[in-house]
Write a new protein. Structure first.
Length: 180
């Protein structure tokens, strides 16, 4: 066990090598992360697994794998601590996390096509994912979760919803005006 400087550890799930889940997933003790500037620490309440998490374990056809890694592309939880230079979020806020971290400066980002950003990175693949008790994430990626939405639903919607939105609205041009 690695003890955190503040004495507070957390449990995580790591993939230690490529293979079937019953053989390669390992529960580990890791230091609880402190939020950096522009970040919050999230107490994870639910984590959704998607195909990127399967690729993380079985190997992506286009990406060379490095192990160990922590999967969990999408997550929802409660803000636990707020880092410097973060406005609008407080401990106790219910949130989910948009899983793409884009550069914000390229031509695609500037026209709102963040998923096309060549510098795009994702939790669970490029950053440690949500299969942990706590995760430090950019505050810019948070969305509020209303009280009537449970955490499992909140964790599951970002990829599915934004994929459908891109297909129907960005790609297909569907909107209220075009249906009239
Ligand atoms: Zn970009």
């Amino acid at each position: 066990m690695v003890l955190a400087p503040n004495g507070r550890n957390m449990r995580t799930v790591h993939i230690v090598e490529s293979g079937p889940p019953e053989e390669v997933l390992e529960i580990r003790d890791r230091p609880r992360p402190d939020p950096g500037p522009g970040e919050v620490r999230l107490e994870v309440r639910a984590c959704a697994l998607q195909h990127a998490d399967v690729f993380a374990r079985t190997g992506h056809p286009e990406i060379e794998d490095e192990f160990p890694k922590r999967p969990g592309t999408e997550m929802a939880g409660v803000v636990d601590e707020v880092g410097d230079a973060v406005d609008g979020w407080s401990p106790g806020d219910r949130v989910n996390v948009y899983h793409h971290v884009s550069c914000g400066a390229c031509e695609f980002c500037e026209r709102g096509e963040q998923t096309m950003c060549p510098h795009d990175r994702k939790f669970g693949s490029d950053f440690p994912g949500g299969l942990a008790e706590y995760v430090a994430v950019p505050a810019a990626n948070l969305e509020p979760v209303p009280e009537h939405v449970d955490m499992e639903t909140a964790a599951a919607w970002p990829s599915s919803f934004t994929t459908a939105w891109r297909m129907l609205v960005s790609g297909g041009g569907s909107n209220r005006a075009s249906r009239r």
